[in-house]
Design a protein around this ligand. Structure first.
Ligand code: ANZ
Ligand code: ZN
Length: 821
């Protein structure tokens, strides 16, 4: 590759796009009736320069945006930085720098890299979530949530990262470990701020119907499981010696007659309360042992079940049977009611426990399976109720309905729904985030900071020790902490926690619509015009975090009347990862490709082309398997075709007299690429451009030569289609073709139907072995469609005599063999 030339071409067009604001969205309605398209890439963390993963994700988003620009749509394709948060803070501590200095320096580096990478951003809308004029609105939204009872401070067991010295939301704990640093997460009892996302659990589930088809099924399934809606019943068990009954949640109330013991989570206060004096020592020892275990260990099905008897009995509300109450760690304190009725015959965990402690097993649903007490395998399938009094003889579903009725009549239970989803823990004991706009006053309690005093900015703390200590570093800034109560004027303290950065990213796509607006988080009218996002692009690691939080925020904003849609992202594309030699890239193992170096060696266009040509955008790309050098050769071939066509003919040449075969290839290419782009098959689209380049080269090198008008038509089509994938070469080629820049906007062409050669195949239709008809069909026709066409043929029905055929054998696309009835 001629790298000097490549670099010069890049700089030339970068400067051109900058100077002309080529990709700026046109705002304000007026008489602009072009379709609006809103394309968003998940914004980056500024932790260093852009890497190969960014290069892929943003190349994908850019194809989608550039395609819409080419179609003449009014496109909004913004960029910003998710610039608060732990990665920046940890890196700053390690380098002894202030998070702000480090963060903004990285943002500048990344911005320069994005420009070099040629992404079609509207730079005028750039935002940084760590800017006070952004996070001010995090605070404003927090206060609106607070007023609606959707933000609250509450106590309870929380996830605590001992390394980062901060709490974590459930969504940030992956397989029992801190998502950021990998440390094993422990549980602590703390008072923290929460967003009440559980109140929206049903809507988060139900509204997924709007996303079917637009979002990957995998993500919808992950969210469904994360929300984890279970339908069942609450059953109240009296416990001897306790006034109030203890409620359990069960998905199988039909098995109530099979409950042979009762289990309370060992770490729940209830276990402590129920423990009889003679069991105290054993229980305390057990509880201490449980506290040392991680959640992963507790829930492992391999582990031998452990527990202690609490010396008490619960009473089964339907048959008055006394069953022993145990404490065990396989029951979780924060799911359901933290207590269960154990039905060992039909629940494997209960059966394992019963076999360890020699507790009775009673079958109450006859599934035809062998006795669980003997096999050690619980039976959970459908069957007929037995040993269950009035339920005997009923099927599972009927029994569930019947028993819920009985419980309700007696006031000992009711139908119930339970969710796995927990409220979103949003406070963090760290510095680099949005301060929580609450003041604590001894007299007035939690007092919101008035709107006109927002933003509550961060104290400078330059030179202060920001290392995590378990309480927020803000607590050390006494001048900042000590304030007066907005309500009574007395002395008060600021809340010293900051918000989870996932708050920032839950609504940034709305802020882009009016990024400098300062009468609210966004201009409602601007969001009405642009929203919701037509296409969102980003990684699937955000499935149950950011993508769920954003949906929650949107619904709350809808309820506040600030947006007129209930789902933020109509379509979602999850790009694959860029890996190397079969495994994830990693700095620590040296398995790494440096984006900047690749661009230096091969140029931006070749790197982008490799990203997009390697496979469908959802698949991983192994950088060891792609060839940027081959991309360079192809781009040079394409540029030569455009250069030679440009030298041989002028823009506006009528292609009508040109080489017919080449014209057909050109128009088929336009037609197919248009279809391929609608379904994000970028790799196949690139293959079609490559074929077009080869076809044009053939005509240049044979008789008609470069002056053939069909060559110009092909070369212009190459420039326009290539502009989505390799924007620099495309601009350069377009200019050499004699056109005024830029190629990027509104140059998409429609294929001429007359030139779309209808490729067809002749299908032979036989009735009783004799050919009765011939049908011209597309080569990709399905067997079902071909059968339908054959049976609809008048010539065929004439030989069937109104009797349905006995058999139809279809070999698509060529043969249908009908055996008459
Ligand atoms: C009796 C029973 C019989 C159950 C049976 C299952 C099968 P999902 O689907 O996940 O919601 N359970 C309830 N609370 C629990 C807790 N805090 N910790 C551990 N397990 C708990 O599961 C609901 C079932 O999980 C409930 O239904 C309960 O066991 C158990 F043949 O009740 B079942
Ligand atoms: Zn007060």
């Amino acid at each position: 590759a001629d790298t000097d030339d490549t670099a010069a071409v890049q700089e030339k067009w970068q400067a051109y796009w900058d100077k002309h604001d080529t990709f700026r969205a046109a705002d304000a309605g007026g008489d602009d009736d072009r379709p609006r398209r809103y394309v968003v890439d998940m914004f980056p963390y500024p932790s260093g320069d852009l890497h190969m993963g960014h290069a892929e994700a943003f190349a994908i988003g850019d194809v989608i945006a550039r395609y819409r620009f080419q179609r003449g749509d009014n496109v909004l394709h913004p960029i910003g930085w998710d610039s608060f948060g732990l990665p920046a803070e940890n890196a700053a501590i390690k380098r002894d720098a202030h998070p702000a200095d480090w963060t903004y320096a990285n943002i500048d580096t990344q911005a320069a890299s994005f420009k070099r990478y040629g992404i079609s951003f509207d730079w005028s809308r750039r935002l940084h979530t760590s800017d006070p004029d952004y996070f001010r609105w995090n605070q404003w939204l927090f206060l609106r949530f607070f007023e609606r009872g959707l933000a609250y401070r509450g106590g309870g067991l929380v996830n605590w990262c001992p390394t980062d010295q901060t709490v974590l939301a459930n969504e940030q704990v992956v397989a029992g470990r801190c998502e950021r640093c990998g440390s094993e997460v422990v549980r602590r009892s703390l008072t923290q701020w929460y967003y009440r996302i559980t109140e929206y659990a049903d809507r988060l589930l139900d509204d997924m119907a709007q996303l079917e088809g637009g979002w990957p099924e995998e993500i919808l399934l992950m969210q469904r499981n994360w929300i984890g809606r279970s339908q069942g019943a609450d059953v109240h068990f009296a416990v001897e010696g306790r006034e109030e009954p203890v409620t359990v949640f069960t998905t199988r109330p039909d098995t109530l007659y099979g409950a042979t013991f009762f289990v309370v989570a060992a770490d729940a206060p209830l276990a402590d309360e129920l423990c009889a004096p003679e069991c105290r020592d054993a229980f305390d020892a057990y509880r201490a042992q449980v506290a040392r275990l991680s959640d992963i260990e507790r829930q492992s099905t391999e582990r031998e079940k452990t527990g202690v008897f609490l010396g008490r009995y619960a009473v089964n509300p339907v048959n008055g049977e006394r069953i022993p109450v145990w404490a065990a760690d396989y029951v979780l304190a924060d799911y359901g009611h933290g207590a269960i009725m154990a039905v060992p015959a039909h629940d494997q965990r209960d059966l394992d426990f019963a076999r360890t402690f020699d507790l009775p097993v009673r079958v109450v649903v006859d599934t035809g399976q062998p006795d669980p007490a003997e096999t050690g395998t619980a039976t959970s399938g459908d069957g007929v109720l037995v040993n269950s009094g009035p339920l005997d003889g009923l099927a599972k579903a009927e029994a569930i309905e019947r028993i819920i009725q009985v419980l309700a009549e007696r006031g000992t239970g009711s139908g119930a729904v339970n969710y796995r989803l927990r409220d979103w823990l949003l406070s963090r004991q760290r510095f680099w985030g949005t301060p929580i706009p609450i003041v604590h006053c001894e007299g007035c309690g939690e007092v919101p900071v008035p709107d006109d005093q927002l933003p509550v900015t961060l104290p400078d703390l330059r030179g202060a020790d920001l290392a995590p200590k378990g309480i927020s570093p803000l607590a050390a800034a006494t001048d900042w902490v000590n304030t007066s109560c907005p309500r009574c004027g007395g002395p008060a303290l600021r809340d010293t926690d900051t918000m989870d950065t996932f708050v920032d990213s839950s609504w940034y796509f709305l802020r882009y619509c009016s990024p400098r607006y300062d009468d609210g988080p966004f201009d409602v009218e601007a969001v009405r015009r642009w929203g919701p996002v037509d296409q969102y692009v980003g990684g699937k690691e955000h499935a149950t975090g950011h993508l769920l939080y954003s949906r929650f925020f949107t619904k709350v904003l809808y309820d506040m009347g600030l947006v007129d849609f209930t789902e933020p992202f109509k379509r979602l594309l999850n790009q694959g990862q860029v890996i190397l030699n079969g495994s994830a890239m990693s700095k620590s193992t040296g398995n790494l490709v440096d984006l900047g170096a690749e661009i230096d060696d091969y140029g931006v266009d070749a790197v982008r082309l490799c990203m997009l040509f390697a496979g469908p955008p959802e698949d991983d790309i192994d950088w060891a398997d792609v060839s940027p050098a081959a991309s360079v050769r192809f781009l040079n071939r394409a540029l030569r075709v455009m250069t030679e066509a440009g030298a041989a003919s002028a823009p506006g040449t009528d292609p009508g007299t040109g080489d017919l075969e080449l014209r057909k290839v050109t128009h088929r290419t336009i037609h197919q690429i248009t279809q391929l782009l609608e379904v994000n098959r970028f790799n196949v689209a690139i293959a079609r451009i490559m074929e077009l380049v080869t076809a044009a080269r053939r005509v240049i090198d044979s008789g008609p030569g470069a002056a053939d008008p069909a060559v110009r038509e092909a070369a212009e089509t190459i420039a326009v289609t290539l502009s989505l994938f390799a924007p620099y070469v495309a601009e350069e080629g377009w200019e050499r073709l004699g056109h005024a820049p830029s190629v990027a906007i509104g140059n998409w062409r429609a294929a001429d139907p007359a030139l779309l050669v209808q490729e067809t195949v002749t299908a032979v239709v036989q009735v009783a072995g004799k050919v009765r008809d011939r049908l011209e069909v597309g080569p990709e026709i399905s067997a079902a469609e071909l059968e339908r066409l054959a049976l609809a043929s008048a010539k065929v029905s004439a030989h069937l005599g109104g009797v349905p055929p006995r058999k139809v054998i279809v070999r698509a696309p060529k043969l249908v063999n009908i055996v008459p009835g």
